[in-house]
Design a protein around this ligand. Structure first.
Ligand SMILES: [Zn+2]
Length: 238
């Protein structure tokens, strides 16, 4: 290997180190960008739980109102019966008496029917109450999870900030050792692709996996300080 060749290897090695840092920086920055979305998702889940609870509570309220209606109706019918009984004391004929008696009987029957219906509604009230309880539990579970995650995210955010600052500093220092022509080319490609510099593996480009012409492979392996670029994906090859 001649001296130019060694220089070349150094450029590749230095660029690979820079690329490793760039990949870490990109990953950390992505995590940073995802934090607001993650927070928003959590707030959305909380909102959904709160809405489900409010809906269950409304359902319970409606069922309770229904039982109240039954009570009022039943009370008013009972009152009517007691009025009829008072009237009954004042009637003069048997016929009048039995007419009122039959009216009382009709109302009493209607009250029994009403009470049967009320029992069914009471069962529904219990179901609605259980539903409210279940939604309340789900909401407090979610609130607990969100609270934990908020703490975790705050920690992670500060860790990412520190890590990023450190890696960027190292990256800048490493990049200073790389030939500026190579670095500019690499930077341009890396900004658009997952990697700027890829290895040729068994005759194919390590970036796009297309089979490379032998001449390209030959030039890339010649290490003569000329940059070789994959015709298919535009990444630097080595
Ligand atoms: Zn390629």
């Amino acid at each position: 290997m001649n001296i130019i060749g060694e220089l070349e290897v150094n450029v590749i090695e230095s660029l690979l180190v820079v690329q490793k840092h760039d990949c870490s920086i990109r990953e950390l920055e992505k995590e940073l960008r995802d934090v607001p979305k993650r927070k928003k998702d959590e707030q959305q889940r909380l909102k959904e739980h709160k809405e489900a609870l409010a809906k269950a509570e409304e359902g319970l309220k409606a069922k309770l109102a229904e039982t109240k209606k039954f009570e009022i109706e039943s009370d008013s019918r009972k009152e009517k019966i007691s009025k009829l009984k008072t009237q009954q004391l004042e009637v003069k004929t048997n016929k009048e008496y039995s007419t009122i008696q039959s009216e009382i009987k009709t109302i009493q029957d209607s009250i029994s029917k009403l009470e049967d219906e009320q029992l069914l509604v009471m069962e529904e009230v219990e179901k609605a109450r259980a539903e409210v309880q279940q939604k309340q539990n789900a909401l407090s579970e979610e609130e607990k999870a969100v609270l934990q995650d908020v703490g975790f995210l705050a920690q992670r955010l500060s860790a990412i900030g520190q890590e990023l600052a450190k890696i960027k500093e190292i990256r800048t220092a490493e990049a200073k050792g790389v030939d500026s022509k190579w670095l500019a080319q690499y930077d341009r490609i890396f900004s658009r692709k997952d990697k700027g510099l890829v290895q040729i593996e068994e005759g194919v480009c390590g970036g796009c996996h297309m089979a490379l012409p032998p001449a390209v492979i030959h030039r890339a392996k010649r290490m003569d300080n000329n940059m070789v670029i994959c015709d298919f994906c535009g990444r630097l090859l080595y």
